[in-house]
Ligand binder design. Sequence first.
Ligand code: ADP
Ligand code: MG
Length: 266
Amino acid sequence: MFRRTGRAGGSGPAGHGGEALRLVKVSKTYGAGEGAENAVTALDDVTLSLRSGTFTAVMGPSGSGKSTLLQCAAGLDRPDSGIVMVDGEEMSGGTEAALTKFRRRRIGFVFQQYNLLPTLTVAQNTTLPLRLAGRRVNRARAQEILTQVGLGDRLGHRPEQLSGGQRQRVAIARALVTEPSVIFADEPTGALDTRSARDVLRLLQEAVRLHGRTVVMVTHDPVAASYADSVLFLADGRLTGEMTAPTADAVAERLAHLGDTTPAGV
Ligand SMILES: Nc1ncnc2c1ncn2[C@@H]1O[C@H](COP(=O)(O)OP(=O)(O)O)[C@@H](O)[C@H]1O
Ligand SMILES: [Mg+2]
């Protein structure tokens, strides 16, 4: 199997077959315990494996468990059962502190609503993950990564001085700055106009193609999904199918069969 090497490759240890992410029988139920008649099984026995250096879209109807899948895979939430492995290392299990440390080293996350800190500059927002991980914060690094996302001249700006698309590009720079193995993005283009969305999708694609990252992106939009190498379809907390080399038309067609007839972003 093709394996990327050097700086551009995943930062993980050798010997796991180029696999960046593995979920084994991951389940998550909300509202179990007392009043269990209200329990919702958000993830039901999900098993998947993603190779390093791939771009995967996750699609499915509202409430099908997409966000829960990302949160569990990213170590932002814990599954009730099952295993999550990043770079061949088990992430689930261990203490909260160990999980946080692992996540800061291996995982990047991009949210629909950017989640930038309003009091920090663009450069400070970008390098925050380095600071949190106790790593060297180097202004040249901020300059380099912000230039990559087209914001090399905005280092001293505050988030409120930027457009939505620019804010999301800062969020992508922040997700890239630690050179994580896997970047998760939950509806990263959901709040953006078509053109800004395209910029964001191209950056995610570049992170994969040029820098060897692994990207997993939830989206409602067949056009956004067509930027990925493959699409995983989720329904009722279960994986129901996969499409490789997706086109927007083929994805839209498949979604119709999943029963998702709501417009993008709803
Ligand atoms: N914190 C929570 N508490 C209770 N139920 C939740 C919580 N988060 C999600 N759910 C439920 O779990 C299911 C999956 O939600 P989610 O993962 O957000 O789906 P999606 O992102 O596909 O819309 C839904 O039925 C949702 O209502
Ligand atoms: Mg969601």
